[in-house]
Design a protein around this ligand. Structure first.
Ligand SMILES: [Zn+2]
Ligand SMILES: [Zn+2]
Length: 166
């Protein structure tokens, strides 16, 4: 529970089970129904697959919305019917339940880059950790020696009220 911005329209709403506000959730459900209804018709017609563009043309659901539904796994179980255009090389490919928006060769390329990035990230993080540690140690040193200067105001008031400083 708690308020959150709808990931579609940005409106603030009381989050329950979806990351969409009730109005957008309704629209999304309708779109999913339109698409999956078509999948079933195509299944009966033994159509092997069709592109998101075709799907958009027959259902009236925007290409971007179909892609979003696909990416967020809302079309689970039907992915085998869709032909995707690889976002990297543009080649048409058949996704599996687990594939994303890239064809297999591109996925491998992307994974390699991500792996390299992660490795360099780790080095970067380590450097930050080391630097932060040094910083903390430095400020500790500072805090420990001129202890009184930080208490200046309080000390003055103590003096004013006649408190004794130990
Ligand atoms: Zn919304
Ligand atoms: Zn590709």
């Amino acid at each position: 529970m708690g308020f959150e911005n709808c990931s579609m329209c940005g409106k603030l709403f009381d989050r329950t089970k979806s990351n969409l506000c009730p109005a957008c959730y309704e629209i999304e459900s309708e779109n999913i129904k339109k698409i999956t209804d078509y999948f079933q018709i195509f299944e009966r017609m033994k159509t092997k697959s069709f592109s998101i563009k075709d799907l958009s043309a027959v259902t009236g659901v925007k290409i971007q919305e179909i892609e979003r539904l696909y990416r967020t796994n809302k079309l689970r179980g039907y992915t085998g019917f869709i032909d995707l255009d690889c976002k990297l090389c543009g080649n048409n490919f058949k996704p599996t339940m687990f594939s994303g928006v890239f064809c297999k060769p591109c996925t491998q390329k992307v994974e390699k880059v991500i792996k390299e990035l992660k490795e360099s990230d780790r080095v970067f993080e380590k450097q930050i950790v080391e630097e932060k540690t040094k910083e903390v140690l430095k400020t500790k040193e500072k805090e420990e020696s001129p202890h009184q200067s930080g208490m200046h105001v309080k000390d003055d008031s103590k003096k004013r009220f006649g408190f004794k400083k130990n």
